[in-house]
Design a protein around this ligand. Structure first.
Ligand SMILES: [Zn+2]
Length: 415
């Protein structure tokens, strides 16, 4: 199973927007862009919303059937480890092995020694086309990278073989993610990480590094865009070289997590993948839930009541909701409107404040980030929330499709 060059991770908290998400991919296809959808959901999300991996598979299959999609599509077990992969085995055909937590764990000295011996052909100056710096590779430097990453990669190998034993080799796509680690990976680290993954026998097709800057949930990139562009290009250069050098799939590509709404880096990303004629996977999970909430608000009536209530309760449970996302949100409480004020807003005002349109003066990224992490409240509303999605299906679907196509697929892949 070989993942296509361009793919988009479409998360869906409540599993009701599969068709609307697929419609965005189909619009892109009509514009001549070959891109495939990947429905992804993490164990963390399933736990908070009380959904199951089987439901994601059912949603994807139903969307594809109803939407008449002829192309390939995937269901991604996002951010899994050995302790929680089993519930995903049957319904997923794409697995994101999360090694971030194991980075820095100590590898066996013997494993480190073998690894350095295996790579001693790279000792001395190492030039990688597309990377300005010439690296001076020493045993010490490889040992240092090994002591940081080798144990994490050994664990990725264990998870991979566990999945392979259940599904059979070649029957699923493997991604390795490090995006939730503390520091960005340097190009040289990336090169030797890929070497280790190849040696471990993990046929990684997409790799998600941690990039420089902040990838806050649902809002634009915060950081030095020129530095990001440089790192992104260097990663592409390293991946190209590693795919030639090591036993790795030829379609190996970058995966960008928390990739939704990062408008200021979409142009550099698009230019870089064109320059290198390479693929890209971009995960956009939470943006669909926010489009859904905006759709409810503009629907008025009960839909607007629900949207206002989600906000009021989110204010009351600020610490509980923000806690698990502390490292990926930046909310200034003073910039949040009071729930009483929001109670007086029209649906249009609510949606304008929420919708990520930097040109709109009502847009408030603090309001948006708080609602991004507030999906638990909607989940607790149960059938009241789900019935409203059903009642206002068309308005919501058009918000979801437009958001994914106009604000994400188009600027990343087409413009
Ligand atoms: Zn991630």
């Amino acid at each position: 199973m070989k993942l296509e060059k361009y793919s988009i991770g479409v998360g869906d908290r409540f599993g009701r927007q599969g068709l609307a998400q697929l419609a965005a991919v189909q619009k892109a296809q009509q514009q001549g862009l070959a891109i495939v959808p990947v429905w992804n959901k993490s164990h963390r999300e399933h736990t908070i919303i009380h959904t199951t991996p089987a439901a994601v598979r059912a949603e994807a299959d139903a969307a594809v059937r109803e939407g008449g999609w002829q192309g390939r599509y995937y269901v991604d077990a996002d951010h899994i480890g050995l302790h929680n992969v089993d519930v995903f085995l049957e319904s997923s055909d794409f697995f994101t092995l999360d090694i971030a937590a194991a980075i820095g764990q100590t590898a066996a000295p013997e494993a480190i020694r073998q690894y350095v011996d295996h790579l001693d052909v790279y000792l001395g100056p190492l030039r990688i086309d597309g990377v300005a710096e010439t690296f001076e590779v020493t045993r010490g430097r490889i040992e240092w990278i090994a002591s940081k990453y080798l144990e994490a990669i050994r664990q990725a190998g264990c998870i991979y073989r566990h999945i392979e034993a259940a599904k059979g080799p070649g029957n699923f796509v493997t991604e390795v993610s490090m995006d939730e680690s503390h520091e960005p990976q340097t190009p040289l680290e990336m090169f030797f990480i890929l070497a280790a993954l190849a040696a471990e026998g993990v046929p990684v097709q997409t790799i998600a590094p941690k990039f420089t800057g902040r990838f806050n949930k649902g809002v634009d990139y915060v950081g030095d865009t020129a530095q990001f562009a440089k790192e992104f290009e260097e990663d592409l250069a390293v991946i190209r070289r590693a795919a030639q050098e090591f036993d790795l799939p030829e379609n190996l590509k970058l995966s960008v997590h928390s990739g939704s709404d990062k408008f200021s880096i979409y142009a550099p990303m698009r230019q870089a993948i064109r320059k290198y004629d390479t693929g890209l996977h971009i995960k956009t999970a939470g943006t669909t839930w926010l489009a859904e909430l905006g759709g409810l608000a503009v629907s008025g009536g009960e839909g607007l009541q629900i949207a206002r209530q989600v906000y009021r309760r989110a204010r009351g449970r600020f610490d509980e909701l923000c806690g698990p996302y502390a490292t990926v949100i930046d909310i200034d409480r003073d910039q949040l409107p009071s729930p009483d004020e929001v109670e007086t807003w029209t649906g249009g005002e609510f949606a304008d404040t929420l919708r990520h349109d930097p040109a709109c003066e009502n847009y408030n990224p603090h309001f948006r980030q708080l609602l991004h992490v507030a999906y638990k409240i909607a989940a607790q509303m149960g059938s009241r929330y789900l019935d409203a999605l059903e009642a206002h299906r068309q308005v919501i679907a058009s918000e979801v499709t437009e958001n994914l196509y106009e604000r994400h697929i188009k600027p990343v892949f087409l413009d």
